[in-house]
Structure formats: C-alpha cells, structure tokens
Design a protein around this ligand. Structure first.
Ligand SMILES: [Zn+2]
Length: 131
C-alpha cells in the first residue's frame, strides 16, 4: 500500500544534492552558448589568425575544455568577449592583452636580432683592418 518509503523532505534534499553535483561538472547553458570546446589543449590563450580578422580563445577558469571567444571590435576600438562582460575590462580581455603584449615583445627582440645580423653581414671587412 505504501510504495513511497522515503519521506518527501529527503527527496527534496537528494534533488538539491544532485543539482549541486551536476552544476559543478556540467557547464550551465549560458556558458555553453558563450564558449567553444577544445579538447586536449594545453594553452590558456589560443590565437587563430584569419584572412580578415584574428580570434582569440580564452580558457574558462572553471571548465578547462571550454574557451571564451575574444575579437577586436573596430568600432569601439577595444577587445570584445563572448561572455557577458562584452568590452568591459575583465580577466579574459586582460589575458588576450597580455598574450599580445608578450608576442609584440618577442617580435621586437627578433627584429633587433635580425637587424644586428644584417649589419654584421654587410659590414665591410676592411673596417676591422682599418680600425
Ligand atoms: Zn569574457
């Protein structure tokens, strides 16, 4: 006659526990909508240079295979992120900014090295002898 042996209150508790467990392992719908998935990716920032524009993918701090999408918004002259923050300063944009700064520094030092090599290559041999 009595099929339900568990009191109703316990049932509620179990449901709440299940919700908590699910929410910590499964991204919420708004996260799924705002991110793309990269499996087996170790980088925190991935740069994809297209013919017309560049896209940066920034790893979610909570879901390590999910990446937010950052682009350069030419109208607003700022980065724009696919998460709710948009163009506002926040961690995803800061990561892309730092990534590009590091890249620029690397390019500059390589240019200096190649300029130095160029000068060395075309320096007349007599210079050494005259000096
Ligand atoms: Zn963001």
């Amino acid at each position: 006659m009595s099929i339900q042996t568990t009191p109703r209150r316990d049932g509620h508790k179990q449901a709440a526990t299940a919700r908590r467990l699910t929410s910590s392992t499964m991204p919420a719908q708004h996260v799924l909508d705002a991110t793309v998935e990269f499996l087996d990716e170790s980088r925190d920032v991935i740069e994809k240079i297209g013919r017309y524009y560049t896209v940066w993918y920034v790893r979610s701090s909570k879901f390590t295979t999910r990446y937010y999408v950052v682009i350069w918004n030419y109208d607003r002259c700022s980065y724009q992120c696919s998460c709710g923050a948009g163009c506002k300063e926040h961690s995803h944009i800061e990561q892309v900014s730092a990534f590009n700064h590091a890249k620029q520094m690397e390019q500059q030092s390589q240019e200096e090295l190649s300029r130095e090599a160029y000068v060395q290559m075309f320096r007349p041999c007599e210079w050494e002898e005259v000096a």
